[in-house]
Design a protein around this ligand. Structure first.
Ligand code: AMP
Length: 611
């Protein structure tokens, strides 16, 4: 087996690696380290997160760094502040036996003056996010004229996040003599074009197959109707009492909505997205890292840089718009040799999106039935029994009370006692899942619901009718009206009913469970259409029968450029009533948040998982 010594690293580095518990190099390290030590050629590396890529680019640079020079010799660019901090921390650890070595992390959302002070002291390696790096270059506080190495870490993510201009600028101010090391999990066109424009005949290395996910991850999908998406999510959480998971959503709003519902339903969950302040994000990530939170509902971007190695599940509440993002999402589990499950919750209509993903990950999704109430109860019961089995008994404290307890329970045999104690904990759960409906969306069910939706006003009673003060004269047409409604982000996949466009005003119908949200979305006073301030009011449910739009319309069917980036998929309704179907769930796994916290995040991880 190859050792770090075989790769050409010096004793100081090897000592630090031993301290960190790194025994042997990972595949990407084995390939990258000797290459970068031996040659100045540019390097293009296909590497997933979690494969050890940070050490793969940091160690050969550290091996060659000149500590006696005060110049910045390497710049490492990373998409997020968290990842930048993590890389800087790793480098500090790798270089802990190097006297006088300095690394600085520079990133947005933090005091720039402090970062400038750190740079002034001289940093051999700078790790930065693209925006702050450009800012410091413009202020002439970061000089990259002498760098020998430029690392683009998670290049695909940086481009996804819109840092193309910043990368261009940084690449332009660095010397041609530098060695560029580009690491990316996926290689879409934009990354290839960076490689083409800024790298010279790069050597290519791959860890695992290009773009492919970890072998440790199995991929499952659940087919449900749109209105059962959230309920399916809850069942997945319930059937896995020890779940430690990121639920990925596509938008900040969807993220917050799902997290709010989970919190309200008693789950140990929180949201992570870009609308939160940096301090809030840090706090949520800290709680999740420490496992004080079991479920993190996050956008793709916000979850980047969250270094958590032992997720049990990654859940795609909705599949990402970009196929490549699925690889990133699922790559968050199955790390460090552990097994993980990546789940996609899809509607029958979204099933087609799985095939192209399968081609990229080189694996098939396994169709998995949504857990039944019985399965969930069984798993939760076994978890409860494990807890009973493993509970620590405070002998001295409990001894005083035992005689009176024995006296009260006299006459109950072992079986009877067990049944009673279990029922005490479990009755709420059992009754919640008693008669729980089957959430699987079978083809047959889908066909019948399709028939219904084409049929005569199946859901008329579920619609509210609204007046809107714009019409044909304002160049309004049904498609533009749908676009306008979608732009208000009232709720995900809200069903739009009949539309009537008249000359100077119009009517439309929306799911009546969102009546207030609809009015308040338009009442913000800042909705304009063709220069007119838009006003929406609820009106009587009466149809003229001569509507311009006609028929039931689903946001997902929209083909116009109405401007909604957030709801390209799925149809059906998402009725607030359905969110609570089966009652206000507060049993089992999510029941006692303090309980689940202490149980899950407590000091005895061995109690968490059986076998
Ligand atoms: P990375 O892909 O750099 O984010 O690394 C993923 C995880 O693997 C981190 O927690 C690293 O500390 C760890 N790691 C990286 N290389 C090794 C190694 N050779 N041996 C053991 N752990 C490693």
């Amino acid at each position: 087996m190859t050792t770090f010594k075989d790769l050409g690293l010096n004793e100081n580095i090897i000592k630090a690696l031993t301290d960190l518990g790194y025994e042997n190099p990972t595949e990407i390290q084995e390939k990258a380290i000797p290459q970068v030590i031996a040659s100045k050629e540019d390097l293009k590396a296909f590497a997933q997160t979690g494969t050890g890529k940070t050490a793969a680019f940091s160690l050969p640079i550290l091996e060659q760094i000149d500590i006696n020079s005060n110049n910045t010799q390497a710049i490492i660019l990373s998409p997020t502040r968290e990842l930048a901090l993590q890389i800087a921390k790793n480098i500090e650890d790798f270089a802990k036996h190097f006297k006088g070595f300095r690394v600085a992390a520079v990133y947005g959302g933090a005091n720039i003056e402090e970062q400038i002070r750190k740079l002034k002291k001289g940093a051999h390696i700078v790790v930065g996010t693209p925006g702050r790096t450009v800012d410091l270059i413009n202020r002439r506080q970061l000089k990259l004229a002498n760098i020998e190495w430029l690392v683009l870490d998670e290049a695909d993510e940086m481009l996804n996040m819109g840092f193309k201009d910043e990368l261009d600028k940084i690449l332009e101010v660095t010397p041609n003599t530098k060695q560029t090391l580009l690491f990316s999990a996926t290689f879409p066109r934009e990354v290839e074009s960076i490689a083409k424009n800024y790298m010279t005949k790069p050597v290519e290395i791959t860890s695992g197959q290009k773009n492919k996910g970890s072998d440790q991850v199995s991929h499952q999908y659940y087919v449900v109707s749109e209105r059962n998406r959230y309920n399916a999510l809850k069942r997945i959480a319930d059937v896995n009492p020890d779940i430690y998971s990121i639920i990925f959503c596509r938008t900040r709003r969807e993220t917050q909505e799902v997290a709010d519902k989970l919190i309200k339903d008693g789950y140990n969950a929180d949201a992570l997205h870009g609308d939160l302040s940096q301090a809030q994000r840090d706090s949520v990530m800290g709680k999740f890292r420490k496992k004080h939170l079991q479920i993190l509902v996050a956008t793709d971007v916000a979850a980047r840089g969250l270094d958590v190695t032992d997720l049990t599940h990654v859940i795609n509440h909705k599949l990402p718009d970009q196929i490549e993002s699925y690889t990133h999402r699922s790559g968050r589990t199955g790390r460090a040799g552990k097994e993980g499950i990546s789940i996609a919750i899809v509607t029958a209509r979204e099933k087609g999106k799985l095939r192209p993903i399968e081609r990229i990950i080189g694996k098939q999704f396994v169709s998995t039935p949504v857990p039944t109430g019985k399965e969930i109860c069984q798993n939760q019961l076994l978890k409860l029994i494990d807890k009973v089995h493993d509970i620590e008994i405070n002998e001295t404290e409990i001894n005083d009370f035992l005689p009176s307890i024995y006296e009260k329970l006299e006459g109950l045999d072992r079986e009877e006692l067990i049944k009673r104690f279990v029922s005490l904990e479990f009755n709420t759960f059992l009754s919640y899942y008693e008669n729980a409906p089957d959430l699987n969306d079978s083809d047959q069910m889908r066909r019948s619901s399709d028939r219904d939706s084409r049929g005569k006003s199946r859901d008329d009673e579920n619609m509210s009718r609204f007046f809107i003060n714009i019409g044909r004269k304002d160049k309004l047409n049904p498609a533009r009206l749908i676009g306008l409604i979608n732009d208000q982000d009232i709720a995900k996949n809200i069903e739009i009913g009949q539309i009537e466009i008249l000359d100077t005003f119009s009517f439309f119908e929306l799911d009546k469970n969102y009546t207030e949200e609809t009015i308040s979305a338009f009442q913000k006073g800042d909705v304009d259409f063709e220069g007119r301030n838009v006003n929406v009011e609820k009106t009587e449910k009466k149809r003229s029968g001569r509507g311009g739009g006609g028929g039931r319309r689903d946001r997902g069917d929209r083909k116009d450029g109405g401007g909604d980036r957030n709801s390209r998929s799925g149809g059906g309704r998402s009725r607030s009533k359905d969110r609570k179907s089966g009652g206000d769930f507060s049993a089992g796994f999510g029941r006692k948040r303090s309980d689940s916290k202490s149980d899950f995040g407590g000091s005895k991880p061995s109690r968490r998982r059986k076998g």
